[in-house]
Design a binder for this molecule. Structure first.
Ligand SMILES: [Zn+2]
Ligand SMILES: [Zn+2]
Length: 360
């Protein structure tokens, strides 16, 4: 089954792009986390590479000799290529994110340290990526490189890929994923065809969960808790406890973003004390803060009156800095204090508004 949930209009748009004479070589999927941006990027990779696409190799007939389905069911979601892409195992459909994927230091640069836990996408990775796309794909008609999140490209990295982004080899398509496109340099954004990915209506998510065999009660609860985000709906259906946890933590973030400094520092103290014995807890709290500010940024972008994007970007950078400090074994308390003091102050009513109201 094709894993895409909702987004019919985007699927139609991608289908017509895929069969056009000159498919775009760079797409920018913009939307909040867990709405399906990466799933849609993979869907585009399937459209370009499905073995049932006219002109492609016909799939092996089944042992019962069933007729091939009509062309309308492309991507089929069933051929070897579609399945490998859906499972994230296709050698030519590659996700590049922060870390060390494709890392290729300059020749002779002995000072280049390994960076499996980096929080940005670095120039060394872009160099390795450019080298890879210069070669023919292993087996796909189109290699698809997914950059997620594209707003984590460092400035050097973004500048280094401009030329490749503008004129990639004919067998390569880039898919950039971002909740915060305003954090990407304009020269990159302007080279991409933008696809806006919005939240998905609850009944659509619920029906998709039911079609996947989820128990009706669990499906209804998960679809409600996911607040428009199919990625969360699927996760909550698999692990119902997650829904309550995530909601509780996000509400805590909202309360802290609206709180006075003294309260924020008390929270910092609690978090730092707990971190001594439970480092994974600290990391998961930083993840939640990142999700919280990404959401705020996304809303601020859609509605300038809502908030100051620059201040919110500053908050996101503060989270990244705290994470780096903690990794570098700076004491958690000063690192967290600095982070919390850098956050802008929001009002509760803004942060807790139901984001799906306009899409339901
Ligand atoms: Zn297929
Ligand atoms: Zn590197």
């Amino acid at each position: 089954m094709d894993p895409t949930i909702g987004h019919e209009a985007i699927q139609r748009e991608l289908a017509s792009l895929a069969i056009s004479a000159d498919p775009p070589h760079a797409l920018l999927f913009v939307g909040p986390d867990s709405t399906g941006r990466k799933v849609l990027a993979r869907h585009f990779a399937m459209l370009l590479n499905c073995e049932r696409v006219p002109g492609g190799e016909a799939p092996q007939p089944s042992m019962f000799g069933e007729a091939a389905p009509p062309a309308a069911s492309i991507p089929c979601g069933e051929c070897r290529t579609c399945r490998l892409i859906a499972d994230d195992r296709h050698p030519d459909v590659v996700v590049v994110g922060p870390g060390d994927a494709f890392c290729k230091p300059r020749p002779g640069d002995a000072s280049h340290a390994v960076h499996p836990l980096a929080r940005d996408i670095r120039i060394c990775q872009v160099r390795g990526m450019i080298e890879t796309v210069a070669r023919y794909p292993f087996e796909a008609r189109y290699r698809v490189i997914v950059l997620d999140p594209a707003d984590r490209l460092t400035r050097d990295a973004a500048n280094t890929m401009l030329k490749t982004l503008e004129e990639p080899p004919g067998h390569t398509v880039f898919a950039l994923i971002s909740a915060a496109p305003e954090a990407i340099i304009e020269t990159v954004v302007s080279r991409c065809r933008r696809v806006d990915v919005r939240t998905v209506a609850k009944p659509v998510m619920e029906a998709a969960l039911l079609a996947r065999g989820v128990d009706p009660q669990v499906a209804a609860a998960a679809a409600t808790a996911a607040r428009g985000r199919p990625g969360l709906a699927v996760a909550f259906a698999q692990q119902p406890d997650l829904a309550g946890d995530r909601d509780r933590h996000l509400r805590r973030c909202a309360a802290m973003a609206a709180a006075r400094m003294t309260e924020r520092l008390r929270y910092s103290d609690d978090l730092a004390k707990r971190a001594r014995a439970d480092r994974p807890h600290l990391n998961s709290q930083l993840d939640i803060w990142e999700a919280f500010w990404s959401d705020q940024l996304h809303r601020a972008a859609g509605e300038p009156a809502f908030g100051d994007s620059a201040a919110i970007l500053g908050a996101l950078r503060a989270v990244t800095q705290a994470r780096q400090d903690v990794l570098a074994n700076v004491l958690p308390r000063p690192a967290l204090d600095l982070m919390l003091l850098s956050f802008p102050r929001l009002t509760l009513s803004d942060t807790l508004r139901d984001e799906t109201a306009s899409n339901a």
